[in-house]
Ligand binder design. Structure first.
Ligand SMILES: Cc1ncc(COP(=O)(O)O)c(C=O)c1O
Length: 405
């Protein structure tokens, strides 16, 4: 089935989420999505049977191996990678620090890196800290404040033959923007630089393909796509072979295992696999392998969320007391806004009184919000839609924001 077909039956989808029974409008997805019952069940079932550590010769150890393999192959299917290139960890931030430290062993004073003002701090600070230690030159890709876009043409000048790394987000969890990562990656690869892509916010909203993006390292976080709190790093296994992270002496030297420190949360890995199965089954017309079903389902998710978002975005932009930050042409269903004469914390508190769950602050997009100039006044309020939100909920959001006058 082509990705052009298939629809989302949102009534059926909502029945999968026990958390929706509170009757609130959950517009806080970018900070962490709700979890379907299938994920809850997978985690609890994994804990009902004995699970030992990895590497033993008895059944409960074999079960642990299966849970690791199941999570790796699910994440690989989600992004079109190889299971042998999937590193699992506590969250995306921890994995970014691990890669940064491993790559730093290959860099010298005067080497250059490019980071972007659009990114979440998790794909900025680990690189800046390494740069500081080694004396690397840091170049910044800037955001067009009016549009909220990250123009790709600026990388023509930012990338030089001394560039070792370009770190860029596939989507901003603060203002939604989806930069043209493939075009940026192409510029980086021309000089042999590595490309690290933060796909934490993009993953729940559209089909992803690590090759199409041109990502040498793709960073993800399962709690953003309705899974448990587990992070993932996807790379070509051959590239991981070239890197030596800090590890304990007795821990495995194999790839990808050598990047995973300490005892893994096996039960959560069961939830990771179940969460990817959840995404793959969102569109009932989807057929074929899990990777094929994911492509069809995520394309249906993307179309569905776009419809809802167009309604939300249009309504908020027409309100005179509301300023939506940026106006990107290519976006995820996420926006941030400020309200005349109300601090974001006050606005979010009012929204909570109207039954809306919405975050306020900088959402760890500190650099972006400093550039826009909203941090002095408490940042912004963020609304993000997920595949379990409805058009009726969008109308409730619009009414609640209209009531902030
Ligand atoms: C775009 C983006 N990148 C990275 C992160 C950090 O992910 P984690 O909490 O798994 O470290 C987040 C979480 O808010 C995010 O939204």
């Amino acid at each position: 089935m082509s990705s052009g077909e298939g629809q989302l039956d949102v009534a059926r989808v909502r029945g999968l989420f026990p958390g929706l029974s509170d009757g609130l409008v959950h517009a806080d997805g970018p900070g962490g999505a709700l979890v379907p019952e299938s994920v809850v069940r997978a985690v609890s079932q994994a804990m009902r049977v004995p699970i030992a550590g990895r590497g033993g010769v008895f059944a409960s150890s074999a079960r642990a191996e299966q849970l690791v393999a199941g999570a790796r192959s699910a994440v690989a299917d989600l992004v079109g990678g190889a299971p042998g290139g999937v590193v699992l960890g506590p969250n995306m931030t921890t994995l970014t620090y691990a890669v940064a430290r491993a790559l730093a062993k290959h860099w010298r004073r005067g080497d250059e890196i490019v980071v972007s003002r659009l990114d979440h701090d998790a794909n900025i600070r680990p690189w800046l800290q390494v740069a500081d230690e080694l004396g690397l030159v840091v170049r910044w890709a800037e955001v067009d404040i009016e549009t909220g876009e990250l123009p790709d043409w600026q990388y023509d000048e930012l990338v030089t033959d001394r560039t070792r790394l370009v770190a860029v987000t596939a989507a901003s969890s603060a203002i939604g923007t989806r930069p043209d990562v493939a075009s940026i990656a192409e510029r980086a690869h021309r000089v042999g630089a590595l490309v690290v892509v933060d796909a934490a916010h993009a993953a729940p909203h559209a089909p992803l393909d690590v090759e199409e993006l041109g990502a040498d390292f793709l960073l993800l976080s399962a709690y953003k796509w309705c899974g448990p709190h587990v992070g993932a790093l996807v790379a070509h296994p051959g590239l991981l072979e070239e890197l030596w992270p800090d590890k304990l002496l007795p821990a495995s030297e194999r790839v990808p295992d050598r990047f995973e420190t300490g005892a893994p949360p096996f039960e959560l890995y069961a939830g990771v696999a179940a969460s990817v199965d959840h995404l793959a089954a969102l569109c009932l017309e989807a057929t074929g392998t899990r990777r094929e079903r994911l492509r069809t389902s995520m394309a249906a998710v993307s179309r569905y969320e776009e419809q809802l978002f167009t309604r939300l975005d249009g309504a908020l932009r027409s309100m005179v007391h509301v300023q939506v930050l940026g106006d990107p042409a290519w976006t995820t269903p996420t926006l941030s806004f400020t309200v005349d004469r109300l601090r974001p914390r006050q606005a979010a508190t009012e929204l909570a009184r109207s039954g809306v769950c919405a975050w306020d602050g900088d959402f760890y997009s500190r650099e972006l919000f400093d550039a826009i100039g909203v941090n002095e006044t408490g940042g912004a309020v963020r609304l993000g839609l997920m595949h379990y939100n409805t058009v009726e909920e969008v109308d409730r959001l619009v009414d609640a924001v209209a009531g902030l006058r």
